[in-house]
Design a protein around this ligand. Structure first.
Ligand code: SF4
Length: 339
């Protein structure tokens, strides 16, 4: 048992002040991943900063431009069931409710969701080498158990995937992450928040150690008419995605005017290929065209043995989900889209 101090704060300034006091600080909110990491001895904080008392971080409110601001401390449940989210950003609501369990979603926060770490088995096993946990020690997943692992954006050093469902939808919605530090505020485009592993897989994202997430803003466009989130997994609940797809689409005169296609479960970050979206602009929303877009999205995909099946599964999931986005009524449980 490592000794640690616990500090509860109710103001942003106090949290930032506490962060500056010690190198081994750990912020805790919902704790749904932090406690796991701690129990597996992957983190050993000397100072635990509980930010649950910062009430303003719990707000969900409209922004001046007609978008929506999701506080970092709003829970995943409160976000998914918020009236404005259900009405204007149903893609986000669907994605959140596809993740974890009701009990976890009631505790997990929006800020924590985007900061959660990979669920690679080797990362959580302190007896295994792992470049993400101990840089330079190796990556046993490449030649080991890699059924859940990445097929795009991998590096020699790491093939882990980012496990969030919520973030796949946030990437499709082109959300912005708002952060604050002792030197001021900054905004990070969602596409630039998470990182690919490269030769520094220990760094998951571009949040700096002295920064705190205050919230996430959504633009006015929420794809409320044509959207779908499809999550393929080993069992129907409480399982991470093998492959997931978020699609938001705008149709005009029967043709695709705007489309976002983002995949989860296949990379170190939500995976979006703008070239494939551009290809679809002005085209008919047909299975043939979506299949061509899927080829573009997966053109550099590479399996590592156990996860080879994800390449074909991803392509089929893209086609199916884009068809479902044309007919959101097919999102009823058990309903099958007609291709
Ligand atoms: Fe570690 Fe990444 Fe390899 Fe998993 S895939 S063992 S997290 S380096």
């Amino acid at each position: 048992m490592n000794n640690f101090s616990y500090q509860k704060v109710s103001e942003t300034a106090d949290a930032l002040d506490q962060i500056s006091k010690c190198n081994l600080t750990q912020i805790i909110a919902g704790g749904t991943n932090i406690i796991d990491l701690w129990k597996y001895n992957l983190i050993q904080p000397k100072l635990l900063i509980d930010i649950n008392g910062i009430e303003k971080f719990k707000r969900i409110q409209q922004t001046e431009d007609g978008g929506l601001f999701l506080g970092a401390l709003a829970t995943n449940s409160d976000t998914a069931y918020h009236m404005e989210v259900e009405k204007n950003y149903p893609l986000l609501s669907r994605a959140i409710l596809a993740g974890a369990s009701a009990q976890i979603r009631n505790s997990a926060t929006n800020g924590g969701n985007i900061l959660q770490r990979t669920r690679c088995y080797y990362f959580y096993d302190a007896a295994s080498p792992c470049n993400k946990r101990k840089p330079g020690s190796g990556c046993p997943a490449k030649n080991g158990l890699n059924r859940m692992h990445a097929i795009v954006g991998t590096s020699e050093d790491c093939i882990a995937v980012f496990p969030s469902d919520m973030c796949v939808a946030l990437a499709a919605l082109e959300a912005v992450v708002h952060v604050v530090s002792s030197v001021g505020k900054r905004e990070i485009k969602f596409s630039a928040f998470h990182r690919l592993p490269g030769n520094t897989p220990e760094i998951d994202n571009n949040l700096q150690p002295n920064e705190i997430i205050t919230g996430i803003s959504l633009p006015p466009e929420g794809f409320a008419e044509n959207y779908s989130y499809l999550k393929l997994r080993d069992r129907n609940s409480y399982a991470f995605a093998l492959v997931s797809v978020a699609t938001g689409m705008k149709l005009e005169n029967g043709l695709i005017q705007k489309i976002r296609i983002v995949l989860g479960g296949i990379a170190h970050k939500p995976w979006r290929v703008p070239e494939a979206e551009d290809f679809l602009i002005g085209k008919n929303p047909t299975a043939v065209n979506f299949a061509s877009a899927a080829e573009l999205i997966l053109k550099d995909a590479k399996g590592f043995g156990d996860n080879d099946f994800k390449i074909e599964l991803s392509k089929r999931a893209i086609v199916r989900n884009c068809i479902m986005a044309i007919h959101p009524e097919t999102l009823r449980p058990g309903a099958q889209p007609s291709l």
